[in-house]
Design a protein around this ligand. Structure first.
Ligand SMILES: *[C@@H]1O[C@H](CO)[C@@H](O)[C@H](O)[C@H]1NC(C)=O
Ligand SMILES: *[C@@H]1O[C@H](CO)[C@@H](O)[C@H](O)[C@H]1NC(C)=O
Ligand SMILES: *[C@@H]1O[C@H](CO)[C@@H](O)[C@H](O)[C@H]1NC(C)=O
Length: 548
């Protein structure tokens, strides 16, 4: 007992020393919530576009620091467009005095960053110097790879998960980082799970954890994850969280989503059906909180960056479409290209990583834009510059439909989403009209036939070839009934007479083709034809016309 408390005292002293040597970092970022939005003190929306960066594994080091300097890694985070890091840590970092003191001492001796609270502080400060926000995520109790049902870290009362130790640990961590300017939030616990999990204990302990964090760090957002590996917040529909600081507007909920949540389905069933179902399920298991006035942080989602995993290839565009539709805050899994040590393997590769094995460059330049497409806010306080309009988002590429030329009759191509036009569309079936093109009347989009470019014009708006509906279970096939429009037989075959927006063989132009994978085919990939019609209120920036 005496030993433990003296070690604790030593730890506190060390932390105080480290804290007093903290370098001046960026301006203090204090965030709060305004209904479902996260906002700055001026009330403007701050969209969290984070990447997960782990410090919770066996070696208790922030991953990557053995491969690249912290400044180089934080520089890459910024250049890839992320504004925030969800930095994971084991609670033992602050509750196991022997672990903390020994490793801090070792790291001081080694004169490097590899190490625990001091090291985490150094990483946070390096991110602060680049104006990157940090959310501290308690990932596990004992250092190690997460997660399984029986790893002793799953739920309150499990072998290594004493709720009292955990509440103390959260309080210590919040205290240490309370005045670190760029630490904007604390995620209470990652992926609760296992046979002990139940909503009753969830309320009891998550509310206690939240109070401990808020008391120690009133500035911080307090982020609560759900049950079943952060997959399920549906129980909140029946009972709200009760915390003393509700009026401070600091509560945020977090949810996770991977292809392996539903792996068999993504592999074997029709991607249109699975995506439609998964999108409805997202609303049920957490999305409903947005309408209840809480931000929802999709704090883990990701995919194999090599493009060779069929279930991830179907899942990711679906998840990206849902994330864009709700314009949620998010954190991609993951930054790390490799681990110092994971599950006993030194130098293990991470195929979900945005960085390559050596942490020196993006792993795959072609998949990065899919993630980057979600970084920009589409709506929210401070972004209400235009009346709500529709954007044609192509989640497979992370691009949007933009006009190719400024002529009266013109075609579309995939281009940057920040250079899109304002479309008017009224689901479930209407014209797709260029709302702001007043000089040329109101041009509407028409299908001209299989393999032909979809064309903008002012003729025949509202006839079958310019009446678009959102077809298939995915709701992402933007289709006309060509059997009506082209007069019977000429339907391109196999599409049930429907023509869908598609990307041409040049990989860029927007054409119509028979709608793919309509008949519940599990071997067929419709993702190239998926266009998600999302709402934006951002100012429209007209794109300089290019030649057709
Ligand atoms: C604290 O950490 C040490 C070193 O890793 C470990 O041996 C010990 O079991 C831990 N104590 C507790 C109570 O978890
Ligand atoms: C990058 O992603 C694309 C598309 O998924 C894939 O075709 C390509 O093989 C990937 N490249 C590498 C180096 O993983
Ligand atoms: C749109 O974003 C790209 C970078 O993705 C940038 O190069 C371009 O200038 C932006 N366009 C506008 C109109 O801001």
């Amino acid at each position: 007992m005496w030993l433990v408390s003296s070690l604790r005292a030593a730890l506190c002293l060390l932390l105080a020393v480290l804290a007093s040597h903290r370098q001046p970092a960026a301006a203090v970022v204090t965030l709060s919530t305004s209904s479902r939005w996260i906002v700055d003190p001026a009330g403007h929306r701050v969209k969290l576009a984070c990447v997960n960066w782990p410090s919770h594994l066996e070696s208790v080091v922030t991953e990557g620091l053995g491969r690249q300097p912290v400044g180089a890694i934080s520089g890459m985070i910024v250049s890839m467009g992320f504004n925030c890091v969800r930095l994971t840590y084991p609670i033992a970092l602050v509750t196991n005095a022997s672990l903390s003191v020994l490793t801090v001492r070792q790291s001081l001796l080694a004169n490097g960053l590899a190490e625990t609270v001091g090291g985490v502080e150094a990483v946070v400060n390096a991110l602060g110097e680049k104006n990157v926000m940090v959310i501290l995520d308690n990932h596990v109790s004992t250092p190690g790879w997460c997660c399984s049902n029986d790893d002793g870290n799953g739920f309150f009362g499990d072998r290594d998960f004493d709720p009292n130790v955990w509440v103390d640990g959260l309080g210590s961590m919040a205290t240490i980082f309370a005045d670190v300017p760029n630490v904007v939030g604390m995620s209470l616990r990652n992926e609760l799970r296992g046979p002990r999990q139940n909503p009753q204990d969830w309320y009891t302990y998550m509310q206690r954890g939240a109070e401990a964090v808020h008391a120690a760090s009133p500035r911080a957002l307090v982020i609560m994850g759900g049950l079943s590996y952060d997959y399920d917040l549906s129980f909140l529909a029946a009972r709200q969280v009760g915390v003393s600081f509700a009026a401070e507007n600091k509560l945020v909920f977090e949810v996770h989503w991977y292809s392996f949540s539903d792996a068999r389905a993504w592999e074997t069933e029709s991607a249109n059906e699975v995506c439609g179902r998964a999108a409805r399920d997202f609303a049920r298991r957490g999305g409903f909180l947005l309408a209840r006035g809480f931000p929802l942080f999709l704090s883990e989602f990701g995919a194999d960056s090599r493009g060779g995993d069929p279930k991830d290839n179907r899942f990711f565009p679906c998840a990206a479409a849902v994330a864009a539709e709700h314009d949620v805050d998010w954190a991609y899994w993951a930054l790390q290209g490799s681990y110092a040590l994971r599950q006993g393997v030194a130098g293990m590769d991470e195929v979900y990583g945005v960085l390559d094995w050596s942490w020196s460059k993006p792993r795959n330049e072609t998949v990065l834009p899919r993630i980057q497409a979600l970084q920009r806010p589409l709506q929210g306080p401070g972004y209400g510059e235009a009346l709500p309009y529709t954007v044609l988002f192509h989640p497979l590429t992370g691009l949007c439909a933009v006009r190719r030329a400024a002529a009266v009759t013109t075609t579309l191509e995939l281009g940057p989403c920040n250079e899109t036009d304002a479309w008017a569309y009224a689901p479930p079936s209407s014209t797709l009209v260029l709302r702001d093109a007043a000089a040329a009347g109101l041009p509407c989009l028409r299908a001209e036939g299989p393999g032909q470019p979809a064309r903008l014009g002012i003729r025949d708006c509202g006839d079958p070839m310019s009446t678009w509906r959102l077809a298939t279970d995915s709701g992402m096939h933007v289709a006309v009934d060509a059997a009506l429009g082209l007069g019977g037989g000429e339907d391109g075959g196999g599409g049930g007479g429907m023509l869908c927006l598609d990307v041409g063989t040049d990989g860029r132009s927007i054409v119509t083709n028979p709608c793919a994978c309509q008949r519940g085919d599990g071997t067929c990939d419709p993702e190239g034809q998926w266009f998600k019609l999302v709402t934006s209120t951002r100012r429209v920036v007209r794109r300089p016309p290019t030649l057709a």
